[in-house]
Write a protein that binds this ligand. Sequence first.
Ligand SMILES: Nc1ncnc2c1ncn2[C@@H]1O[C@H](COP(=O)(O)OP(=O)(O)OP(=O)(O)O)[C@@H](O)[C@H]1O
Ligand SMILES: [Mg+2]
Length: 206
Amino acid sequence: MGSIITFAQQKGGAGKTTVLAHLAAAWSEAGRKVALIDLDPQRSLTRWAGLRNDGNVDLVESRDYRAATDMKASARTHDFVLVDCPGAASNLLDAAVRESNLVIAPCQPSVMDVWATSSVIDTARRLKKPLRILLNRFPPRSGSAEEAIAALGDARAYLMTARLGNRVAFSQAMLTGHTAPEFGRRTAAAAEVEALRAEVEAALAA
Ligand SMILES: Nc1ncnc2c1ncn2[C@@H]1O[C@H](COP(=O)(O)OP(=O)(O)OP(=O)(O)O)[C@@H](O)[C@H]1O
Ligand SMILES: [Mg+2]
């Protein structure tokens, strides 16, 4: 059985789709089979997948009412099932988290973004699912992020060591169905994605 990972964060623009896509491409590159399930009506993951020509990455057409069924079925045929969730706390978030081996909540290092993370934290705790919070668009000088990290309180226990910096490469690459490391293997962005992938795999193995 493959691993099911749901990407959730109530706050829009936190980086759910970007982070999900970068992990998908990293695992594809490593020869792993990846299924993408896009439950966000904005369908940005669907567009990215449509631009991408990748034999290891399959977009699974799904609908809210059968999301759980599609997630389980995809885990039988793929190494990783990556689920892009719409933000707000909903029955859909519950259904997706319930089927997941891991929940990843990308979060920008600002106090208000941290506050918005509470619905995902509550959902993961209630359903007893492992959660990791990934700081995304991390500023070059980390000082300004300290307040946000402090605002996490107890939830600092979920914080990943890996972080993604605020880099144009992450957004630009997506426009053509790619990811940042595909435009530069020896870049800071590529190193960050590699560290992220390793830490997610460790979390799944724990
Ligand atoms: N690490 C990063 N560096 C620079 N830009 C980033 C980074 N991560 C995301 N972005 C940009 O921030 C915006 C929001 O990212 P993204 O769409 O992945 O977030 P999201 O959580 O999926 O948003 P939504 O809630 O709208 O689905 C996009 O324009 C994306 O290109
Ligand atoms: Mg999105």
